[in-house]
Design a protein around this ligand. Structure first.
Ligand SMILES: *Cc1c(COP(=O)(O)O)cnc(C)c1O
Length: 401
């Protein structure tokens, strides 16, 4: 039989075949769904997950499960990572990494603008455990450098940043972290997906994904993942996965495996549709501004071209009276759903007023607030462009604008 395993496989082949294989017993072609929570080991193994050094089979599903393992292997191949751990949600993955790596007295430098759940966790919960947190504009290397102290253990980057589409230069931030002795660079790459950006290739140590978004891609399963070096992920498994317990259900892993197989072709369609919709919005009289990394008008378009192989389907736009448009959207949109979340095959839009988000979550003042407003004004519509026909999406929006 011809062996092709030494060839570097293309991303479409990887998305379909990595982590999967014909079942040796049944010869099933597609992945098995194994719901069993316990497994009967073939030898007498230790009781704690800490002392099974000589047994690497499955024992208990909170430690590892064969369906989840298939997804982890697929995601590791797509990200070019040694190892992957899946979690019950993107937030379970983020909290596992933050709590699993940071201790009392450590300092975290984090993007001042990022997913609201992460922003609230680091601002309101981490300080309770004696972890100091400094939010900075990650697109400004000088500001990041000024924030780093000898106790800084982690830089937490999100690019493109939810919800304003501001980018951060992963390679430059990783170099800065190395030079300053910061141990971990973690990148929430949910908006980009591994098809657009592989943060580890740019020098990051960890990648975080909400699998609920592009990777699952169909809006029917929550999940999260952390990817990185094998020794780091093994340690995170023993601490964060086994003890915090936020593991991915095998059923969700099975759904996400199916979604991930089409990730490369969906991302291509998202980008193609988003570019057409972004141009339509940019030319629309009622739209004040559009921020899409694939448009030359994005203030960091050059960085986007260097760091993103695909501009993905996420954008924001601004209008004169956001709340009034949001109301019309709820009542009248027929194709685009007025709903949170993103990265699904169907289009989703949501209004995010700046003042309300500052009160609930970011609490920026002075310079940081001004910088946020440079991207978001009084508020944005965060638009996750799906893979419907661009003309239908534009007609739906035109009717409410
Ligand atoms: C949605 C999201 C998360 C959280 O993921 P869940 O699966 O909803 O817990 C984290 N980061 C980003 C960038 C997200 O968009």
């Amino acid at each position: 039989m011809a062996k092709t395993t030494n060839r570097q496989r293309g991303v479409r082949t990887t998305a379909i075949h990595a982590g999967e294989g014909i079942d040796p017993t049944t010869r099933a072609s597609s992945p098995n769904l194994v719901m069993s929570s316990t497994f009967a080991p073939s030898e007498v193994a230790g009781f704690s997950a800490r002392n099974r050094d000589n047994y690497d089979g499955y024992v208990y599903a909170r430690v590892s499960n064969p369906t989840v393992r298939q997804l982890e292997d697929k995601l590791a191949a797509l990200e070019g990572a040694q190892s992957c751990q899946c979690y019950a949600s993107g937030m379970a993955a983020s909290s596992a990494l933050l709590l699993g790596r940071l201790s009392q007295g450590d300092h975290l430098v984090i993007s001042d603008t990022n997913y609201v759940g992460t922003a609230e966790l680091v601002r309101d919960s981490l300080p309770r455990f004696g972890i100091e947190v400094t939010p900075v504009d990650m697109s400004d290397l000088d500001m990041v450098e000024r924030a780093v102290t000898p106790r800084t253990r982690m830089l937490w980057v999100e690019t493109p940043a939810n919800p304003i589409m501001r980018l951060a230069d992963i390679a430059a931030l990783s170099r800065l972290a190395r030079a300053k002795g910061v141990r971990d660079v973690a990148v929430d790459s949910t908006f980009a997906s591994p098809i657009a950006t592989r943060p580890l290739d740019f020098g990051a140590d960890f990648v975080v994904h909400s699998l609920t978004k592009y990777i699952g891609g169909h809006g029917d399963a929550m999940g999260g993942a952390v990817l990185g070096r094998k020794d780091d992920l093994d340690a995170l498994n023993l601490e964060a996965t086994v003890h915090y317990g936020g593991v991915l259900s095998p059923f969700n892993a099975w759904l996400i495996l199916r979604g991930a197989a089409t990730l490369p072709i969906r991302m291509r369609a998202h980008e193609e549709t988003a570019l057409a919709v972004a141009k339509f919005l940019e030319g629309h009289g009622k739209v004040k501004r559009v921020f899409y990394p694939g448009l030359a008008s994005h203030p960091q378009h050059e960085l986007a071209r260097r760091q993103m192989k695909n501009f993905s389907g996420m954008m924001t736009f601004q209008v004169e009276d956001g709340p009034a448009l949001a109301r019309r959207m709820v009542d009248r949109l027929e194709i685009v759903h007025y709903a949170v979340s993103l990265g699904h095959h169907r289009s989703l839009v949501y209004c995010i007023p700046t003042d309300a988000l500052m009160r609930s979550t970011f609490r920026h003042q002075g310079e940081l607030l001004e910088r946020y407003r440079n991207f978001a004004g009084d508020g944005v519509f965060r638009f996750s462009v799906g893979i419907e026909d661009a003309e239908d999406i534009c007609a739906d929006l035109d009717e409410v604008l």
